[in-house]
Design a protein around this ligand. Sequence first.
Ligand SMILES: [Zn+2]
Length: 148
Amino acid sequence: MARRLAWWTGVVLLGVAALYVGTWRLWALTVLLWSLYELCFCPTTCGIATGGGAVCRNATHGRLFACTHVPGHQRSKTDALWRPTVRHEPGSRPRLPQSDGAPAAHRRARLTPSRASIAPRQRLMAYAAVIGLAVTVVQTAVGLAGPW
Ligand SMILES: [Zn+2]
């Protein structure tokens, strides 16, 4: 809790300073700090929902990271975050490739991460942080190259 308060205090203070000073550099630093916090340090839950629909409530830090208690959750979370959202009908099964030469046991192992999903709020915050990070990098590159 104290760590979370320290991060948010830093973000708010930087935002107030950026508002007062009025330069894009402090705004970029504020957004960058917030993005870093959301992606790597904010206390949250794993949030992976696998085949049965149960959501993993183990604690973790950062929207990009899953719990370390359950093997495979990190891969599932990474896949679920960056895969476009596709809704399947309840009871339907995703299609397997017809013939990729892999043994059946390996097909099942590859199928499991793609069936995992993630809480919409976690996805939204991770995307917002990544977009904020990308905008900051572009703005910094443009701002440093320009005459202003
Ligand atoms: Zn987990």
